[in-house]
Design a protein around this ligand. Structure first.
Ligand SMILES: Cc1cc2nc3c(=O)[nH]c(=O)nc-3n(C[C@H](O)[C@H](O)[C@H](O)COP(=O)(O)O)c2cc1C
Length: 331
């Protein structure tokens, strides 16, 4: 593991060596991946959404991660639903988080208000992820410990406003007082330095990490990601105000066509967008099906290699960038 290069509000809060967070990845961020991130000096989050209706499966994954990290703290990612009355399903997952003494929780999707009392009473450190500065401002009033602001480039759910990182990062740093991570479009050492220069305490990645050797997905899917360029993603589900940035594939094009045709009945979309289709794509390597979360930062995933080697590459580039910048100083 590389020696620490930076000490920031986020490295202090999470007790990690590097200001690199790897956000929740539905179906992919399991114990093996998260443990690899933790051992490489960052922080990762086992994703509850990968265990629909299976809190005991989630508990087993948490226990496995504890074994794999030799007891070092790690995180879990908990998606809050915007749909009224659906957050009752989170209760058994919250119970597992508390009973298994998980230290760090990434929340996303909607206000963490309903789950915060549970998590804070149990002593969890909570990072809430939002897709715009305006949400960050209101969430800062809640007892969250840190905030991640996601930009329009992000893979997965970039929100409705689609403000790019280069503008939003500065605005977020100016607006917020709590430890801040910037997410969306990040994937290199130059991005890490930029995130810190904009005023954040870390960068948070998703798309760039999916080819990590420790990610269980099929080799064919990873080979596809290694081959893509920055244009190989599509923004779908705009018609439902549920923007979803995914890999450009047959299913995404079919969804776009439905949207272009003005189809508003979700039943038409369901067979294409059901989460199980993406899981199948990861399992079989048939990446033509499913909504497979992916942003342009996937272009930085140029090789399949272990998480630690990815971190080394990022940190070496960050160090070289700092050295280069210091040489451009006039005085
Ligand atoms: C394959 C994949 C799955 C994701 N699943 C989740 C998820 O379940 N929960 C969540 O909060 N974010 C999820 N995200 C978003 C990431 O945690 C992160 O916020 C985002 O990828 C950052 O932008 P980037 O893709 O440009 O790096 C996912 C992203 C990807 C690429």
């Amino acid at each position: 593991m590389r020696a620490p290069l930076f000490r920031t509000t986020i490295t202090e809060l999470f007790g990690i060596d590097h200001p690199i967070l790897c956000g929740g990845l539905q179906w992919l961020a399991d114990a093996r991946y998260v443990a690899a991130v933790v051992k490489a000096g960052g922080m990762g989050f086992i994703t509850c959404l990968s265990f629909p209706d299976d809190p005991e499966g989630f508990r087993r994954e948490v226990r496995l991660c504890r074994d794999l990290t030799d007891g070092r703290p790690f995180g879990v990612s908990l998606a809050i639903s915007r749909r009224l009355g659906t957050n009752d399903r989170l209760k058994p997952f919250l119970d597992v988080i508390v009973e298994e003494k998980v230290k760090f929780v990434e929340t996303s999707g909607d206000s963490p208000d309903p789950v915060l009392p549970h998590l804070k009473d149990a002593g969890c450190i909570v990072l809430h992820k939002v897709p715009a500065v305006r949400y960050a401002r209101s969430v800062e009033r809640l007892p969250v410990d840190a905030i991640a602001v996601v930009s329009g480039e992000a893979g997965g759910h970039p929100g409705l406003f689609m403000v790019g990182q280069i503008v939003q990062g500065v605005l977020a740093a100016d607006a917020l007082h709590k430890p801040l991570a910037l997410a969306g479009g990040m994937g290199t050492g130059r991005h890490l330095v930029t995130a810190l220069a904009m005023g954040a305490g870390a960068m948070l990645m998703g798309s760039r990490m999916v080819v990590a050797e420790e990610v269980w997905a099929h080799r064919r899917y990873k080979d596809r990601v290694v081959a893509i360029d920055e244009t190989a993603n599509r923004l779908v589900m705009k018609i439902f105000r549920n923007n979803h940035r995914v890999l450009d594939n047959d299913a995404a094009r079919a969804v776009e066509q439905l949207e272009a045709d003005g189809a508003t009945d979700f039943a038409h979309y369901e067979p294409l967008v059901a989460g199980a289709r993406a899981r199948e794509a990861y399992r079989t390597g048939d990446f033509s099906q499913g909504m497979i979360d992916m942003g342009p930062a996937g272009v930085f995933a140029r090789e399949i290699k272990p998480v630690e080697a990815i971190f080394d590459e990022i940190l070496d580039e960050a160090a070289a960038t700092m050295a280069r910048l210091s040489k451009t100083q006039v005085t």
